[in-house]
Design a protein around this ligand. Structure first.
Ligand code: SF4
Ligand code: SF4
Length: 189
């Protein structure tokens, strides 16, 4: 990634992090490693939580996004609770996921980003999740043959009222869409 693109990515990321409650504290990271030591999944991450901020400062955030790191975050909040600089690290992880999905920067072998994007599309359209539609989108984009393998289970779940075949759109969907558009516009400025 060219230096200017890397700088743009870091700047977009920081802009969103700064908007989080206590987000500006990210500048106060002292690289103590408490977050990585507290993280139950850091041993499996290509970059631990501490290294994410080091990568940001080094201008190589793209490497983190293309690694498995953010997709292994279990949102347990241990890092946020224990960080001496009070950095809301779990929310920082959500910002990284959002950024990676938006710019198609995620590991080639992960399907989590595909699921995240499909989920956002379903909620944008219906104002809530619709499991059957979500699964269709997910499998069509990953491995549609797996979808056929799930048919029997899906049929049973629908028969027993555990899954709805057709998506339901919430009342007031127009208001919901306006709200989302306003939030997105605010995030772009
Ligand atoms: S615990 Fe907080 S201050 Fe320490 S390395 Fe992690 S983010 Fe930085
Ligand atoms: S919230 Fe995520 S990054 Fe933080 S300690 Fe838990 S799993 Fe690790």
């Amino acid at each position: 990634m060219a230096n200017t693109e890397a700088a743009r990515l870091s700047s977009e990321f920081l802009r969103h992090v700064y908007e989080l409650p206590q987000g500006k504290s990210i500048d106060k990271c002292i690289q103590c490693g408490t977050c990585s030591a507290s993280c139950p999944t850091s041993s499996a991450m290509e970059y631990g939580p501490r290294e994410i901020i080091a990568a940001l400062r080094a201008g190589v955030l793209e490497k983190v996004l293309k690694s498995n790191t953010v997709w292994l975050c279990a949102s347990c909040y241990s890092c946020s609770v224990r960080c001496p600089a009070k950095i809301p690290f779990t929310d920082v992880m959500y910002e990284l996921k959002r950024l990676g999905v938006k710019h198609n920067l995620y590991p080639p072998d992960t399907t989590n980003a595909v699921m995240a994007r499909a989920f956002t599309e379903v909620v944008d359209k219906h104002g809530r999740n619709a499991e059957t539609t979500l699964l269709q989108k997910y499998y069509l984009r990953t491995n549609m043959f797996k979808m056929f393998g799930q048919m029997n289970l899906v049929r049973k779940l629908i028969t027993r009222g555990r899954l709805e075949f057709l998506p339901h759109t919430i009342k007031g969907i127009e208001g919901f869409r306006k709200m989302v558009a306003a939030i997105e516009k605010n995030g772009e400025t």
